[in-house]
Ligand binder design. Sequence first.
Ligand code: NAP
Ligand code: COA
Length: 286
Amino acid sequence: MTTSLVTDATPAPSVFRAGLFDGHVALITGGGSGIGRGIADTLASLGAHVVLASRKLERVQAAATAIVEAGGHASAIAVDVRDPDMVNRMIADVHEMHGRIDLLVNNAAGNFYAPSETLSANAWKSVIEIDLYGTFFCSQAVLPVMRARGGGCIVNISMTLHYRGWPLMAHATAAKAGIDALTRTLALEWAPYGIRMNAVAPGPIPTEGVRKAFTPPPSAEGVPDLFAAEKAMESYGRNAIPLQRWGTPADIAGMVAFLASSAGAWITGAIMVVDGGEWLAKPPRG
Ligand code: NAP
Ligand code: COA
């Protein structure tokens, strides 16, 4: 039997106690797919009511329904995090519905590989606005709700590519560097309100967008070579990640749960790298 370095992370039993987040409300932007969905699954399995928010209501609705069918508490709401009015309405709606927001996970983002030489102004703007502005707008909007309850926790999902620089990712690396700066600055500004802000910097997790980036251009018949993509990803996992496997959404979710729990009570302004050691190892060129 062959194993895949891309998909075969042995699922470990949870180290968190059942019911850890009973009664808590967690709002996760981009919670309908990839890492955000993994965070939602983990928090819901520990008792939180998770509110999943993104542009495509049908996507977050489907994820929330699946969580409820698995025995959790979940709901969905539409938002474009670039739009401060929409963000304010989302926070007001969630607050009205639940009376509290304990945890905000700023996970929504957009990116694509593109040369900076030809990146259009709108492409630059779109990524910076989703990642950086979106993180700020959601955090600023939830502040009064958390402050009124005497505290709360915000976790921003960052990345590691800006630690060294990453060609073809000028927009996303600039945005995530801004998110790291925001994490430290708002942690200091909002600590007196009992609000902790931290970030998690994931290494490579094989979500849909990442798989696309590893897929060679389609054949003349328009068929994508998924086998070649899997091989390229296997090779990347073996050669570029010291712990020799790709990450999973659950790897990232575990760190979010830790930060949101009382184990993280004295942690603020921290950027927790969860990447199998990838960024410390020399990155491949290009
Ligand atoms: P993903 O599945 O594409 O998730 C992105 C999510 O953001 C989608 O659910 C999308 O939903 C939502 N979104 C995009 N634009 C939005 C907007 N304007 N308003 C509200 N929601 C929006 O990708 P992922 O890989 O899980 O990424 C999740 C986070 O992890 C991102 O912050 C990413 O930068 C970070 N990250 C990922 C990796 C990785 O290897 N996968 C590595 C490092 C960091 P809609 O389309 O419905 O809006
Ligand atoms: N290369 C170069 N430019 C690109 C591009 C690519 N691969 N993909 C999009 N763009 C450009 C568009 O051409 C457009 O610029 P223009 O108006 O000058 O032509 C600009 O980006 C905005 O694109 P649009 O599709 O209108 O924006 P959007 O707001 O609907 O989408 C994106 C935002 C572009 C970030 C889109 O990729 C997205 O929604 N991503 C969400 C999921 C994701 O990226 N996940 C990856 C992990 S975070």
